[in-house]
Design a protein around this ligand. Structure first.
Ligand code: ATP
Ligand code: MG
Length: 289
């Protein structure tokens, strides 16, 4: 189906699906979903969405079946696909770690030497072992890796850890960190500069960046006593100079500013101490800087 649209592969069903679609919607793409459809076109953007198993995405992008894809870094590095990494997307964060039963937990990295490790990520693990000059036997398992030590198949495992609940249920503890992953946008290496598809990709990346910087910021609105303006502007970590508006009450001003989301709570007490009232914090959907 060659219609000139940019083809984006995303995970059909799994941990990255919902967040990938949410990101595209925040980018302003109007997407219709019909369950079981494998290809969907955006109504207002020259883009087709392909829904795939995440394991297939790196190779499909490498081979040009899809032009670009959203997939976990772990899968991209494991598959060793020859693609371009365009952008880290800030969701789907997880860690690939060595874990083991308490009686076999490596205390120092050399303790991994001579052990048998079960994993679904043999390539990433091999690279890690080589980088740390370790010798261990890798057993490749495609799922339920946590069960391998209790079955006597392996001494250790190397698997994705997020909350650690699955590990606990299988009486395993975390040990060394092997790989940090998050969702990334990847592109086919042959996507040529100056083609229409490349321009669509640049447009999409620009939108993604504006969505991501918006997520890191909040819109702060408040009223302050007129004579606190100098003190208030000093503590606001604003991107630009804050907007100051007059109110009907001559002794008060309204102050609006875009501030980094992680700074919000550290300035709240100061703002209150300077007499700020009616403090509102709003999410920002898009930020075009
Ligand atoms: P598929 O059916 O598409 O093959 P899957 O079962 O292989 O799906 P998921 O479990 O949905 O894959 O995970 C997809 C990606 O989400 C992983 O490759 C990883 O990058 C990320 N991920 C995995 N586990 C977590 C987690 N606990 N928290 C956050 N992200 C995770
Ligand atoms: Mg998979």
């Amino acid at each position: 189906m060659e219609n000139g649209n940019l083809k984006l592969a995303i995970q059909k069903k799994g941990r990255l699906s919902e967040k990938s679609i949410e990101l595209l919607r925040l980018c302003g793409l109007d997407l219709d979903f019909y369950s079981e459809r494998l290809i969907v076109s955006a109504r207002n953007f020259k883009l087709d969405l392909l829904f795939l198993r995440d394991d297939d995405i790196p190779e499909y992008v490498q081979d040009g079946v899809a032009d670009i894809g959203i997939v976990g870094e772990d899968v991209v590095y494991e598959k060793q696909a020859n693609i371009n990494v365009c952008e880290k997307l800030g969701f789907g964060r997880c860690r690939l770690m060595i874990a083991a039963p308490a009686n076999c937990l490596p205390q120092k990295i050399e303790d991994i030497n001579g052990k048998t490790i079960a994993t679904s990520y043999p390539n990433i693990l091999k690279t890690y072992l080589q980088a740390n000059k370790l010798q261990a036997k890798i057993i490749q398992i495609s799922g339920s890796v946590e069960i391998a030590p209790s079955l006597g198949v392996a001494d250790l495992i190397c698997d994705i850890v997020s909350t650690g609940t699955t590990l606990m249920m299988n009486k395993l503890s975390k040990s060394f960190n092997v790989f940090d992953s998050e969702a990334i946008l990847i592109a086919n290496n042959d996507l040529n500069l100056n083609t229409e598809k490349y321009n669509i990709l640049l447009d999409l990346i620009g939108r993604i960046r504006s969505v991501m910087s918006a997520k890191k910021s909040k819109y702060l609105m408040m009223n302050i006593p007129k004579d606190s303006l100098e003190k208030v502007t000093k503590v606001i970590p604003s991107l630009k100079s804050p907007t100051v508006l007059h109110l009907a009450d001559e002794n008060s001003l309204a102050v609006h500013a875009v501030i980094p989301a992680d700074k919000v709570w550290s300035i709240m007490n100061d703002l209150k101490a300077f007499g700020a009232s009616g403090i509102l914090l709003l999410p920002i959907e898009n930020m075009i800087i």
